[in-house]
Design a protein around this ligand. Structure first.
Ligand code: FAD
Length: 443
């Protein structure tokens, strides 16, 4: 069996490794168009902030280690430019030797990821403007800051990457301006939660402009005229306004694209061609709660999909159950986490819901280090089904979110949260944990 993989980072490298564990005979070749495989995308902001000291720390594997340890061939700087499905072959552009060749497959896996969206802004072409997606992007931004002694940045977009970068650029000593088009940062969360995040970043010295976009850029990209009539001056721009799935190859080869714009797959990650699988940021997946099509560009989801695809190819099928979109982000001293649907998302879908917001401490108030924790749960009044969770605090956020994510996947209702028997001692929780309190309040 010969299996070819397009994309050598999160989904592609994980799929290849998983397939090797399940099948020690398959011939596996991974193609990566950039120069670096299997790097930790999620760690890029922390290198730029100086938290991760060496760039090599972000590289999980190399073509050499894959070849030696896993008997998997990885060809970096090899870009797939066409898929010929009837002939079951791909056309490869070797950017090292500058030549083009074909490779046949029995099965093909697409994990080409996504591309940062670049909004149309007058004068952007003259600006020093960056996006952060690849290892090379990270090195470029780092080098430019050092070479040009940049001291200020305008981040466009107040989502996960924008917020993580605000913290990390601040840690580097830059003056940070952050623009968000919506009425609050982290717009996938509810307004009140977004306001808590905004308060934190303002307290940390970030200049935040919500309900604001850039109207025009002048002065070689250093002067930004904003929609709120203010003008700001910064050395460079970082665009963090979201990603679009890389579907060009799939579209060229007439694979079906879903209504959300991602490559359509079934619950085994097969595309509309059963010998072509797709995983990761490029695909459309299914919402665990509503079963509606959804795109969720996150690492857990990608890794799970890669495992599901490897299982199916080795004839040990295991269907994908859908995603909650469980996510977490460090925003200076806060931890911000959410899963499922926000008030806005539920309202837009016409789903009636009730909300409980519980303010407490992450552990016994008398024990040193006790901090505020805000937990918000949206659920169905009819059957207690949990639709969405948002948590903000300084400590203990990840534990509660992981419990709630597990509870939802196990089919527990909001009142079942009373029954979660937590490990309690004063430094860790309370005899009634905040999670239990949500269950009691919902009853
Ligand atoms: P990628 O990992 O991007 O891999 C796709 C690869 O395919 C790319 O290297 C690309 O060069 C290659 N490729 C594309 N087209 C071709 C072609 N034609 N031929 C050959 N190769 C091709 N997720 C979280 O859950 N938590 C986090 O904290 C988090 N932080 C993040 C921080 C940053 C800065 C970024 C950019 C992402 C972060 N993510 C995070 C998202 C996570 O990294 C992605 O969900 C995950 O990488 C998706 O995996 P993928 O394989 O689909 O895409």
């Amino acid at each position: 069996k010969k299996v070819l993989v397009i994309g050598g980072v999160a989904g592609g490298a994980t799929f290849a490794s998983q397939l090797r564990i399940l099948d020690d005979e398959a011939e596996i070749i991974v193609f990566e168009k950039d120069g670096t495989m299997s790097f930790a995308n999620c760690g890029l902001p922390y290198y730029l902030g100086g938290v991760v000291k060496k760039e090599e720390q972000l590289i999980a594997a190399t073509p050499e280690s894959f070849s030696q340890n896993k008997n998997i061939e990885v060809r970096v700087r090899h870009e797939i430019i066409k898929i010929d499905r009837p002939a079951k072959k791909i056309i490869v552009q070797d950017h090292i030797k500058n030549l083009r060749y074909e490779e046949t497959y029995d099965q093909l896996i697409l994990s080409p990821g996504a591309t940062p969206v670049v909004p149309e802004i007058e004068g952007l072409a003259h600006a020093r403007c960056y996006t952060l997606r690849t290892f090379e992007d990270m090195l470029r931004i780092d080098q430019q800051i050092k070479e040009n002694n940049f001291s200020s940045v305008c981040i466009v977009g107040g989502g996960f990457i924008g917020l993580e970068m605000a913290e990390n650029f601040k840690a580097r000593g830059l003056e940070v301006f952050l623009l968000e088009r919506s009425s609050h940062v982290m717009k996938i969360m509810d307004n009140d939660m977004g306001e808590m995040i905004e308060k934190e970043i303002v307290n940390q010295g970030v200049h935040v402009y919500t309900d604001t976009t850039i109207k025009q850029i002048e002065n070689n990209g250093r002067t930004m005229h904003l929609s709120n009539r203010a003008t700001i001056h910064t050395d460079f721009l970082l665009l963090a306004v979201g990603v679009k799935p890389n579907t060009a190859l799939a579209e060229q080869s007439n694979l079906e694209i879903g209504i959300t714009g991602g490559i359509k797959v079934n619950s085994f990650m097969q595309t509309s061609d059963p010998d072509v699988y797709a995983v990761g940021d490029a695909i459309e997946t299914i919402d665990f709660i509503t079963h509606a099509p959804k795109r969720v560009p996150l690492a857990w989801v990608t890794h799970r999909e890669a495992y599901i695809a490897a299982r199916h190819i080795t004839e040990q099928p295991l269907p994908f159950k859908g995603v909650l979109g469980t996510s977490i982000c460090k925003v200076f001293d806060l931890t911000v986490s959410m899963l499922g649907h926000s008030e806005q998302s539920l309202t837009e879908q016409g789903i009636p819901f009730k909300t409980i917001t519980h303010y407490s401490r992450q552990h016994a108030g008398y024990y040193p280090g006790s901090e505020k924790l805000t937990i918000k749960v949206h659920f169905s009044e009819e059957d207690g089904k949990i639709y969405g969770v948002q948590i903000i605090g300084k400590d203990g956020v990840d534990k509660r979110m992981d419990i709630l994510s597990t509870a939802i996947k196990a089919g527990l209702s909001v009142t079942d949260l009373q029954e979660i028997e937590v490990a309690y001692a004063p430094p860790f929780s309370a005899p009634k944990d905040p999670i239990n309190m949500i269950g009691y309040k919902a009853y």
